[in-house]
Write a protein that binds this ligand. Structure first.
Ligand code: TXA
Ligand code: MG
Length: 342
């Protein structure tokens, strides 16, 4: 059931459900989350079950403010505090040492925990209302609200399509950022990006005065395997099938796409081209979608476009490789993972 997230009565209803161990489709500024009370192990286990996600794959815990981070994390280093101050609420997840005895199921049993304070007004209202309950809910464990390995949802309708009508989903409109939060590991001496997102290394360096390791910068970005060690500490989205639409995705430069289109000719079917460059397409069966020149706009629409291509029955998408520029790291990463899964 989708309910309008703007109404206070719906926020209260959602909090009651969370309090009683039910799951909630929660809008955030990045993507929709599948949320549960992080302190309720049975509820958190339901997230893993409904997503089809392996139990050792840790979830992000969402908190109302930096003050609430103390409930879940300990030994928070000064640079992590600076990051919270600069970027919370917002699309940044910090991996921190986990406080003993809290949210161990949500953390997949790891000694660390991923924390994020989302800025979406509906998420903020839910988190604050949860804190005001007679028996407070201190944080919400929420992975992206998609089946394991599939494209993250950026509309309430996407969440319903994944999990059916019995899940309560608060409608918060189209997610502004469109790709998942940047994840920064703050348990190492040098803070290290584990998943690129809107907030980049340069911004974090400027805010903290501390160098940030970015394995996704330039040359290394060609190889998504740079973060492919799920053990030490777990790296996000490392499985090949992550972010996979049903359609096969191929990343190519504009010239290769044009050369391929010229060979294919008018009989080609069930194909789409998603490109910034203008291309000559002679086949009426090939959908041509323009990719925005602005990386933020491209991120905003990326997952919706992939889902729409699936809905149209497109079997193959040729995507123009994003520019080799840090502002495109998040979009490039998601596209490389989508392309790696075929
Ligand atoms: O934008 C987002 O981050 C969205 C919204 C809903 O907040 N959430 C999200 O969650 O993308 P999820 O579960 O799909 O991705 C979380 C990633 C996982 O791939 C996991 O590996 C990583 O965060 N992660 C969580 N806790 C971690 C930890 N303690 N150590 C290392 N990685 C962790
Ligand atoms: Mg996800």
């Amino acid at each position: 059931m989708i309910l309008d997230g703007d109404q206070t009565s719906h926020i209260d209803q959602a909090c009651q459900q969370l309090r009683h161990g039910a799951l909630l489709g929660l809008p955030t500024e990045t993507v929709y989350g599948l949320a549960a009370d992080a302190g309720n192990d049975a509820a958190v286990r339901q997230i893993f079950q409904r997503k089809g996600r392996p139990a050792e794959h840790p979830l992000i815990v969402h908190v109302a403010s930096a003050a609430q981070a103390e409930h879940f994390a300990c030994d928070i280093p000064p640079f992590a505090r600076s990051l919270m101050q600069a970027f919370w609420p917002g699309p940044l997840t910090l991996i921190l040492p986990r406080r003993a005895g809290v949210a161990s199921v949500a953390a997949g049993g790891h000694a660390s925990i991923g924390l994020r304070c989302p800025s979406h007004p509906v998420a903020q209202q839910v988190l604050h209302a949860c804190l005001r309950l007679p028996e407070p809910v201190y944080g919400l464990a929420a992975p992206s609200a998609n089946r394991f390995g599939k494209v993250s949802p950026t509309l309430a309708a996407h969440v319903q399509a994944e999990f059916g009508d019995d899940l309560l989903v608060l409608d918060g409109g189209a997610c502004e950022v469109g790709i998942e939060s940047t994840i920064i590991d703050c348990t190492r001496a040098t803070p290290t990006i584990l998943r690129p997102g809107r907030i980049g290394a340069a911004q974090m360096q400027a805010a903290t005065g501390i160098p940030v390791a970015d394995p996704f910068a330039s040359a290394a970005a060609d190889d998504p395997a740079v973060c492919d060690d799920t053990d030490a500490p777990a790296a996000p989205g490392t499985l090949a099938a992550h972010y996979a639409p049903n359609a096969k995705v191929r990343l190519m430069d504009a010239r290769s796409i044009q050369a391929g289109l010229d060979i294919l000719g008018p009989q080609a079917r069930h194909m789409a081209v998603y490109a910034r460059s203008r291309l000559a397409i002679r086949a009426p069966g090939i959908a041509h979608l323009p990719m925005p020149d602005d990386p933020a706009q491209a991120a905003h629409e990326l997952f919706r476009v992939l889902r729409e291509l699936d809905a149209r029955g497109v079997a193959l998408v040729w995507v123009e490789t994003p520019p080799d520029d840090a502002a495109w790291n998040g979009v490039r990463d998601r596209l490389q993972r989508a392309a790696a899964s075929a």
